[in-house]
Design a protein around this ligand. Structure first.
Ligand code: NOJ
Length: 803
């Protein structure tokens, strides 16, 4: 069964049934101001940070039918009284003749028809502004005039999101909500008392309101035994018009539209924003009262996405691949880079999670083609959370810029660092240079995180020095096999073995990082650095090859006593995906072992819904292993189809030249391909989820934690750079496809270092890999690297694959 369809022409997914198995969301604005809107119009909005500056009260865990953060009511004046309903379906759950939620790039539009009224509401944040716009149009579809009122509602939270849910005394006694007249309009103003002189939320519209409400008890009525489905406040002619100096506070504006003639449409624009004061908000308020300004802000947003997506467009024989690579996957990558793992329907945006070091460095890899300068600033920020000893903080808060050691502090007897965090910096810096060619970035200075008592950085170093220290940290931080110590965890947050355990993941990530930096040193002609890094690479490769081969695959860890974990000798967690794919990505595995290891993946880990991260699952809590054993078998990291490592397997297969298998792995997790399986899959088909339950679990195939996952960045890279093979390199753009042998070719348009390349790949011999001929602007070019530059700035590239 499906709940909607892809409309690629308008770059939207259209939900046609509001009763989705879980809420499906979209993002508006960004971390500077914005949040997410669910498909029934609820919204979680914050400014700068969802933990310390949250605006709307949105409870992810509350039932889907309930009001969350914001909504809209319509009130029809009938002969027998009022008919009150929401055109968003939630929270009144009225029947509808039409319901559509258009999930667009940076906006959501909900269109519905009920009781003879058609309502269209476009919800977005204008680029760079701190205001959520709801552009509401109500049309009369009947043959008679209808008297109708439009009533938008916002419920506020205390800005300290955690405090809202942990304190029911101080919080309600501080919350203020009131109305300020503004000529013929009303501006609602809200703040906790202590923020009165520094930070106010406002809510207003561009039509006069007859009355307003600020208090939830009064709005719902009957001491709150009224409900959001039938707010008694809306059954009186006017709302109370009273301000609130305490309580659960709202902004509700009642707009009588008067009589709407048959076929007539009225438009109302609401604004929810935050500024330092109401005075500071007034110019913006005036601006967006004008519908022309609203239209042009939406046009500007669409133009932004047009430019963004034009950086890379593909045409392959697979429509689901085209849809995801051309529209939804780059959009999701932009969102993950923005929000890290901080705020979604599953990530509650409270506490210290903030922006992740490991996550951020991986997310940025996929946005570099479109927004390289933003990517560079982000990488600089991440570098500033690296410690002088080369290791790194696990995350930071975007508002306070305080670093955090993540969950590693939760188990007293475990090390308080992650063995992989700092190494990802090498990958992101090298990718930035490959994309832009700006090697000068390496000489820029960035402080290390260590600070003196006044909070000032103790030391700074060039970007090159930061990377050198990251690699040096891992080179020294080794255990009894000479492999990197695990620390609290590696990429897999949930394997938390006691101190002294070693991680093959971190060994391979170190190997991959060394490969990147060796390539960079060679490109820069720095023979000394290249040879030193080569020595480090060979040293680690030898240790991995000596210690980690288990016979049919590589082990994943050695525990504190030197015993293998992820071995045929273990009873549970015998085989781990990352131990195999990363042995290929690092280049440490010999060709025979690489093939054997990836065959073991296919044989023991692959399922029709994706590749499991490990097998078999642990069955019972075991503190020695830690987090992984908190899940039942088949869930999340414990034998689930954790999606983030799937594209690593895709990339590994392309490195081995197995285009058919690479594509099979890619296609089987493409969410666009799940559109007709939603009763099993449940999450949005337009974005990747983080996990799908594995075949040991009774709910095999069920997805959760959509949107904020490294799956997005790596699937984009796997699809564009490794299957289609259009890959930035230090010396130019490399074209090295590894495709299904059945394809006769494909095309890619890629903007790269100021040039546009229209690439046509022919596959007359139906092979998977091997460029045998390349013609650029009519001239034969040997190899598969297009050097940057040229006279024209648009180029035609033709490639032939063959044996
Ligand atoms: C989710 C985290 O955000 C990510 O950093 C981690 O690698 C995965 N969980 C796997 O544990």
């Amino acid at each position: 069964m499906n709940y909607g369809y892809f409309d690629d022409r308008h770059r939207e997914y259209v939900i046609t049934n509001p009763r989705t198995p879980v809420k499906w969301i979209n993002y508006i604005g960004n971390l500077g101001f914005g949040g997410f809107v669910d498909h029934t119009g609820g919204a979680l909005i914050c400014k700068g940070d969802p933990t310390f500056n949250r605006i709307t009260k949105y409870l992810q865990q509350a039932p889907a039918s309930e009001f969350k953060g914001e909504s809209l009511y319509l009130r029809i004046h009938g002969r027998d009284g009022y008919r009150v309903f929401s055109p968003f379906f939630v929270p009144t759950l009225d029947p509808y003749d039409l319901y559509e939620c258009h999930v667009g790039l940076g906006y959501t539009r909900i269109v519905s028809e009920s009781y003879g009224l058609r309502t269209e509401v476009t919800i977005f944040v204008p680029s760079g502004e701190a205001v959520e716009i709801r552009d509401i149009r109500v049309s009369n579809l009947t043959g008679e005039a209808v008297e109708v009122d439009v009533v938008p509602v916002v419920e506020y939270t205390h800005p300290n999101a955690l405090m809202q849910f942990t304190n029911a005394d101080w919080v309600p006694q501080t919350m203020v909500s009131k109305a300020e007249p503004d000529g013929e309009y009303t501006v609602m103003v809200q703040y906790p008392f202590m923020n009165r002189d520094s930070r106010v939320n406002y809510f207003t519209s561009n039509l006069p309101a007859s009355s307003y409400e600020t208090d939830r008890r009064r709005f719902l009525g009957a001491n709150e035994y009224g409900t959001w489905a039938k707010p008694l406040g809306l059954f009186a002619e006017r709302l109370s018009g009273a301000d609130s100096l305490r309580g659960d506070v709202l902004s509700v504006l009642l707009h009588p539209l008067g009589k709407l003639e048959p076929g007539a449409t009225r438009r109302l624009v609401t604004q929810l924003g935050q500024e330092a004061s109401l005075e500071a908000a007034r110019p913006g308020i005036r601006k967006y009262r004008d519908p022309v300004a609203v239209d042009s802000a939406l046009d500007e947003l669409k133009a932004y996405w047009e430019r963004y997506l034009s950086i890379l467009q593909v045409q392959t024989p697979d429509p689901a691949m085209n849809s995801i690579l051309n529209i939804h996957n780059p959009h999701q990558c932009y969102i993950t880079k923005n929000w890290s793992r901080y705020l979604s329907y599953y990530q509650l945006g409270m506490g210290s999670r903030g922006i992740g070091m490991r996550d951020g460095n991986q997310d940025v890899l996929a946005v570099l083609p479109a927004i390289p300068q933003e990517g560079r600033e982000f990488i600089r920020r991440l570098l500033s959370f690296q410690k002088a000893n080369g290791s790194a903080m696990h995350s930071y808060n975007p508002l306070s810029l305080e670093g955090s050691l993540g969950d590693s502090t939760e188990m007293e007897d475990r090390p308080h660092y992650y063995s992989d965090d700092h190494l990802w910096l090498v990958l992101s810096v090298c990718a930035y240079i490959k994309e832009t060619g700006e090697t000068a970035f390496l000489d820029e200075k960035v402080p290390f995180y260590d600070r003196d008592k006044q909070g000032q950085p103790l030391e700074e170093g060039t970007v090159r020095e930061h990377l050198a220290r990251a690699l040096a940290f891992t080179r020294k931080d080794i255990g009894r096999h000479g492999l990197p110590l695990l620390g609290f965890a590696d990429w897999n947050d949930t394997v938390n073995l006691p101190s002294g355990a070693e991680s093959l993941f971190s060994a391979h990530l170190y190997g991959r990082a060394l490969k990147e930096i060796i390539g960079l040193a060679e490109f820069l002609g720095d023979a000394a650095a290249a040879s030193e890094y080569r020595a480090a690479y060979v040293e680690m490769q030898a240790r991995v090859e000596d210690a980690a081969w288990d016979g049919e695959w590589y082990v994943m860890y050695f525990d504190q006593d030197g015993n293998p974990v992820g071995s045929s000798k273990n009873e549970k967690g015998k085989l781990h995906l990352n131990g195999q794919s990363w042995a290929v990505l690092s280049g440490f595995a010999s060709p025979e072992r690489a093939t054997r290891a990836m065959d073991s993946v296919e044989m023991h880990l692959n399922t029709r819904y994706g590749i499991k991260v490990s097998t078999p699952g642990f069955n019972g809590y075991d503190r020695t292993y830690g987090g992984i054993t908190t899940y039942p078998p088949g869930a999340k990291e414990n034998g689930g189809i954790f999606l983030h490592p799937n594209p690593w397997a895709v990339i590994a297969e392309t490195l081995l030249g197995n285009g058919d298998r690479a594509y099979q792995y890619y296609a089987q997790i493409n969410p666009a391909g799940k559109n007709d399986l939603i009763d099993i899959y449940e999450c949005e088909p337009y974005v990747y989820a983080q996990n799908i339950l594995g075949d040991e679990h009774p709910n095999f195939g069920l997805a959760r934690n959509s949107w904020l996952s490294g799956t997005s960045s790596w699937c984009y890279q796997a699809g564009t750079q490794w299957i289609l093979g259009v890959r930035p390199d230090y010396g130019g753009l490399r074209i090295d496809p590894c495709i299904p042998s059945g394809w006769d070719g494909f095309t890619v348009t890629r903007r790269f270092r100021g040039q546009v390349y229209n690439i046509v790949v022919h596959n007359p011999e139906r092979v998977s890999k091997g460029v045998i001929r390349m013609v650029v602007d009519g001239k034969e070019v040997s190899g598969n690297l297009i050097a940057p530059g040229g006279v024209a700035n648009e180029h035609r590239v033709e490639i032939w694959l063959g044996k």
